[in-house]
Write a protein of this length. Structure first.
Length: 265
């Protein structure tokens, strides 16, 4: 059984072309992964490996966050552990969130802005099929972006593992993040933008609105460094469960609001 029918696949291909041809969206989907998955990890690895530890501001504060299993590490290894398991996960989650939200903004709001939504509504496809094709297309595009980013990130961190003689970084935290939390955040970004699209007049306006959904990640980043919680497997499982529950609710609301009246407004 195919996930998408041939007409739905045609809508997905059309959206892919329109998303990629939009410079602002294309640049976001390239630059965010490059910065979050490659540039920042390379910078951190270089600092940890080549800058004396006593010259790194905030190193002592970072080391206080180490769990018991990292007690036997050297100073450099400890800092690398903090970077890999506490800093980089928050940065990495920005990739599925931003890629899904900007692609959905271009797909849904951009359709109205380009005045092509009327043509799409005149096709034999039902509203349910159009909604399904657009949502799945944005999710799939974001998933590809996230997967490529993780491969690039893994290469960078693996080099750090070798240089610092650390065990391979892929642990339960990262497995939960990649296979549960990141997909859940991808869906959240898409359906959130569907809800916002009804009130946005341009995809640029909807992209600006999407900045609000980054706030929870910023709060998570700040929270763990203030000692409110530790970013462990249990916490990530709970976070994934909360986001999945939110996805289901938002999906239902978004599907109900996906009407000709809202689309042509």
């Amino acid at each position: 059984m195919k996930l998408l029918t041939l007409p739905e696949q045609a809508v997905v291909k059309k959206d892919f072309g329109e998303i990629w041809s939009t410079k602002m969206v294309r640049n976001t989907m390239i630059l965010v992964p490059v910065i979050m998955a490659v540039f920042l990890p390379v910078l951190y690895v270089a600092i940890i490996c080549f800058v004396p530890s006593d010259q790194i501001n905030g190193a002592d504060q970072m080391l206080k966050l180490l769990p018991k299993e990292a007690a036997g590490y050297t100073l450099q290894q400890s800092m690398f552990y903090v970077m890999t398991n506490m800093i980089c996960p928050m940065f990495f989650l920005m990739i599925p969130l931003m890629s899904s939200s900007v692609s959905a903004a271009c797909s849904f709001v951009g359709e109205k802005e380009r005045s092509t939504i009327e043509t799409l509504l005149l096709t034999p496809m039902s509203l349910k099929s159009i909604f399904k094709a657009k949502v799945f297309g944005c999710i799939f595009l974001s998933a590809i972006c996230t997967a490529i980013s993780f491969v690039a990130f893994s290469i960078v961190i693996s080099v750090g593992d070798i240089l610092l003689q650390m065990p391979f970084f892929l642990n339960w935290n990262w497995l939960i993040l990649i296979f549960l939390l990141a997909p859940a955040i991808t869906v959240f970004g898409v359906v959130f933008m569907v809800l916002v699209s009804g009130k946005s007049k341009s995809y640029m306006e909807s992209i600006q609105t999407s900045g609000y959904i980054v706030l929870p990640l910023i709060l998570l980043f700040v929270g763990q460094f203030t000692g409110l919680f530790q970013l462990n497997a249990l916490f990530l499982l709970l976070a994934a469960a909360v986001v999945i529950a939110a996805d289901l609710l938002l999906w239902l609301f978004a599907a109900r609001l996906f009407t000709p009246e809202k689309l042509l407004k």
